[in-house]
Ligand binder design. Structure first.
Ligand SMILES: Cc1cc2nc3c(=O)[nH]c(=O)nc-3n(C[C@H](O)[C@H](O)[C@H](O)COP(=O)(O)OP(=O)(O)OC[C@H]3O[C@@H](n4cnc5c(N)ncnc54)[C@H](O)[C@@H]3O)c2cc1C
Length: 439
């Protein structure tokens, strides 16, 4: 342990190290290890195991669960290498690498990873949690493109696991409950350019925009991935003038087919009055402009559901709850699923038959409003997606709901094999099969 960078609760820099992107949930570990190498990770895991401490892992802190007080928190942010093999069309991505770096490196070869809406999320955690990205309907979940995982397991050993290995299967969806991934290898896709961007609409048009979007999304080719968000934009400098102080609808488009076909497909959306229209042919390296997620740390609370279907009545009821003019206006987002996301793959990522993803994000806690939001969606809810479980939402019950019952049972069996003492209990927790009754 002497050579490790260790940060204790009494040290300066403890708060800076433990608090990530998400400001509303902070864990208070007994020891933070700021790992710079695989050796550091192995040593930290061995130390935790020897002293009976649980292990938490953090790169950016975008998606941490709550409740790792007292354990050992391993930071991976310094392990941020990425290497592209343009011939094999793969990327080897170290644990602390963010999507932005992978997108840039792959883009130099006309390739793209299965990245998400924002460049500052960690690529490893995202991929091991499933990953519903910008090219999701065209190419499936990010986890479907996983080729190998280098992982430090509960015994402190480093293993490289590949398809066909039980531990690979468990990691490619079950993520941090099985070890600390120090690097992954993923397949890249030949997408250098997209037809895409954003369409923004004013609050008064929101019901019509959402109704049109819902109908429009029902008959699209797999090459079209899209979503729509409702965002109450603050009236502050930095927000583009036409959006400032408005509660706007924001449709996001990423189409991998020919631009002319894209233009034709979006015609019904463009027929409605728009505040801003940025649709164009863009390099994949500019894909972060499609969602334009805020790049600075924030406090937020989220809830979501993965849906078999979405009805106009549900949209109406959600708008009454958190839409423009409601008592508790909040951000809401609908992502269109299906397409390649519904193709079976040999990993535990669940709910491949789902058609929509619906989430709500509020800056204040608003517990009862989140509960009512989920009640509205309940008739069509099939479960949740692990990547969007963070903070108070990352309960064991919700983790279980990310998988089919059979896959969850297999994950618990594998947990009993690879982490019988539940060392990795401060991640999205999956208990060992035989430890069900223990704490
Ligand atoms: C603005 C924003 C946009 C997003 N967009 C998308 C999107 O488009 N699609 C999507 O699918 N998700 C999206 N997400 C969710 C995101 O994928 C998850 O929050 C993801 O877990 C973040 O990874 P991280 O490493 O940045 O965060 P962290 O909080 O550092 O990690 C999250 C959790 O992953 C586990 N973990 C981290 N590193 C490792 C490791 N090396 N080995 C094992 N386990 C590890 C730990 O349990 C950790 O608590 C978004 C989140 C935000 C905040």
């Amino acid at each position: 342990m002497e050579n490790l960078t260790k940060i204790l609760p009494t040290d300066d820099g403890y708060d800076e190290a433990r608090i990530g992107f998400q400001l509303s949930h902070g864990h208070r570990p007994g020891l933070i290890v700021d790992a710079a190498s695989i050796r550091d990770v192995r040593e930290a895991v061995r130390h935790a195991a020897a002293h009976g401490h649980g292990v938490a892992v953090q790169n950016t802190g975008h998606g941490m669960p709550i409740g790792s007080d007292g354990g050992v928190l391993i930071l991976t942010r310094r392990m941020d290498g990425v290497r592209i093999d343009p011939v094999a069309r793969t990327a080897r991505i170290e644990a602390g690498t963010r999507w932005g770096a992978v997108v840039e490196a792959a883009g130099e070869h006309g390739l793209a990873p299965l990245s998400g809406s924002t460049p500052h999320v960690g690529a490893v955690s995202y991929t091991l949690g499933g990953g519903i990205g910008l090219l999701a309907r065209a190419y499936g979940f990010a986890a479907d493109h996983l080729r190998s995982v280098e992982v430090v397991t509960a015994d402190g050993a480093l293993r490289t696991v590949r398809p066909g290995d039980d531990l690979f299967w468990a990691l490619s969806g079950g993520r941090g409950a099985f070890g600390v991934a120090t690097a992954i290898e993923v397949g890249l896709v030949p997408v250098a350019e997209l037809f895409g961007g954003a369409l923004y609409y004013d609050a008064g048009d929101v019901p019509e925009v959402l109704g049109t979007y819902l109908e429009w999304s029902r008959a699209l080719p797999d090459a079209m991935t899209s979503s729509v968000a409702l965002v109450p934009f603050p009236d502050v400098p930095g927000v583009p003038e036409p959006l400032r102080g408005r509660h706007a609808a924001h449709v996001r488009i990423a189409f991998t087919g020919p631009a002319e076909e894209g233009e034709e497909l979006v015609a019904p959306l463009r027929a409605l009055p728009r505040l801003v229209d940025t649709l164009r042919v863009l390099p994949y390296t500019d894909s972060a402009t499609i969602h334009n997620d805020p790049p600075f740390p924030m406090a937020y609370h989220g809830s979501h559901a993965v849906l078999r279907d979405l009805t106009p009545t549900m949209i109406r009821d959600v708008l009454a709850l958190i839409g423009p003019g409601s008592p508790d206006p909040a951000v809401m987002e609908i992502r269109h699923l299906g397409g390649a996301l519904s193709v079976p793959a040999d990993n535990p990522v669940g709910h491949r038959d789902a058609a929509y993803f619906f989430s709500m994000i509020s800056q204040a806690r608003l517990g009862p409003v989140h509960a009512r939001f989920l009640d509205v969606l309940a008739p069509e809810t099939v479960g949740v997606h692990l990547n969007f479980l963070y903070g108070e939402n990352a309960t064991e019950r919700n983790v279980e709901r990310a998988f089919s019952p059979a896959d969850f049972a297999r994950l618990r069996e594998l947990k009993a094999v690879h982490d019988p003492d539940d060392l990795f209990r401060y991640t999205h927790r999956i208990r060992p099969a035989r430890g069900q009754e223990q704490e």
